[in-house]
Design a protein around this ligand. Structure first.
Ligand SMILES: Nc1nc2c(ncn2[C@@H]2O[C@H](COP(=O)(O)OP(=O)(O)O[C@H]3O[C@H](CO)[C@@H](O)[C@H](O)[C@@H]3O)[C@@H](O)[C@H]2O)c(=O)[nH]1
Ligand SMILES: [Mg+2]
Length: 195
């Protein structure tokens, strides 16, 4: 009973919605720890992988964040313009190439050495999204354009720079409420010596 394939059999996958994201209704036969098998229904949003990055300037001890309108936050009454680390969806490339492209598009910073730090499923009960987390050291000479996102995709990002300690206090103050951003800022504090 230790092999997952002995415990989980997908019976059906019905597409409920096929828009920007596919929403599936799965029926599966799941065998629990007592050996009992039950038919379970689970709805899953099929999201493609993403990547995000902490851009840190060692000299100035600042981090580069972006502020953008997020409709889901708006719909639930949270601050609609969210402050986040640069991030984006993989576009057929590997995660490192994707984050180099996104960092440039969103902030105008050209990334030199980039370090993968961890990956995380952001909402594993219902969403397939996995985010690859990166860190890169930057300095002012790496900023080669304004950033701001792709106009033809209606991205309209404000590029912000904060001292790392200030960004961390913004979590406690409720000004930063994006999960991936909180994770990377906390990672930075835990790994200050290696930044
Ligand atoms: N939400 C949404 N976006 C859409 C849609 N159609 C097109 N888009 C476009 O999809 C692009 C997504 O931009 P990226 O920079 O690639 O991704 P992101 O929105 O920054 O996503 C990152 O943050 C999200 C929120 O934390 C994460 O969910 C995501 O995985 C990633 O980390 C935007 O240009 C947006 O206009 C739609 O129906 N819904
Ligand atoms: Mg983005």
């Amino acid at each position: 009973m230790s092999d997952v394939n002995d415990r989980v059999k997908i019976v059906s996958d019905t597409t409920l919605s096929q828009g920007w994201t596919r929403l599936s209704d799965y029926q599966l036969d799941y065998t629990d720890r007592n050996g009992e098998t039950q038919r379970i229904k689970r709805e899953v949003f099929h999201r493609t992988p993403a990547a995000c990055i902490l851009l840190h300037d060692r000299e100035r001890d600042i981090v580069v964040l972006v502020k953008q309108f997020r409709l889901p936050a708006h719909l639930i009454g949270e601050p609609s313009f969210m402050i986040e680390v640069p991030a984006g969806l993989l576009d057929g490339e590997d995660a490192e190439d994707a984050i180099r492209r996104e960092a440039m598009e969103e902030t105008g910073y050209r990334i030199r050495d980039v370090r993968f730090v961890f990956k995380a499923l952001t909402s594993p009960g219902s969403v397939t999204e996995v985010i690859h987390f990166f860190h890169a050291s930057i300095d002012l000479s790496d900023r080669i354009n304004e950033g701001g996102g792709l106009a033809d995709e209606h991205e309209d990002l404000e590029v912000l720079e904060f001292p790392l300690d200030k960004a961390v206090t913004m979590i406690a103050d409720g000004e930063i409420i994006d999960a991936k951003t909180i994770m990377l800022l906390q990672w930075a504090v835990l790994n200050r010596a290696a930044l």
